[in-house]
Design a protein around this ligand. Structure first.
Ligand code: DQA
Length: 151
């Protein structure tokens, strides 16, 4: 197998992920964002990917990070938290990146509140993975490694 040359993957977390360890463990597992990022980093390296991590609670900052993303990364894993369900601004900014992106949710958003079933990223992402906890990120990275390796 030829090595992946475009291998930079941005792992983007939105609002409330800075306090992940304080959120309901029955949905989010009880660990911190830094623990999650360490796990994701390990999986990324196993797949030959170079991860970069970003989190903010500020929608405008998230949009600006997306504007810069094509210079920083070749693909993205996106968990925008509650913004997923209503931020057209972030959806528009994601479309501008043109990067292959996989949407991930720790919890099973299809089987919680009705409003969590809606995603503004429908039609913009390669796949949406939810309800698998941290393992969902490994699956997202594997999909992106395949996508980038095939290019
Ligand atoms: C989440 C699901 C969202 O509905 C919620 O607002 C979050 C986390 C998840 O990872 O399960 O903040 O994106």
């Amino acid at each position: 197998m030829s090595p992946i040359t475009r291998n930079r993957v941005a792992v983007l977390h939105g609002v409330n992920f800075d306090v992940l360890e304080r959120r309901d463990p029955s949905f989010y597992g009880g660990g911190s964002l830094s623990q999650l990022e360490t796990q994701i980093g390990g999986w990324a390296h196993e797949l030959g990917l170079e991860p970069i991590f970003f989190q903010t609670n500020h929608e405008g900052e998230f949009v600006e990070q997306l504007h810069q993303l094509p210079e920083l990364a070749d693909a993205a894993v996106l968990n925008a938290g509650a913004w997923t369900h209503y931020s057209r601004a972030i959806a528009d900014a994601l479309a501008i990146t043109g990067l292959p992106t996989v949407e991930v949710h720790l919890s099973d958003v299809e089987n919680r509140d009705d409003w969590r079933r809606i995603s503004v990223f429908d039609g913009l992402v390669l796949a949406k993975i939810s309800g698998q906890g941290a393992a969902g990120y490994r699956e997202a990275l594997a999909l992106l490694a395949k996508e980038l390796g095939a290019g």
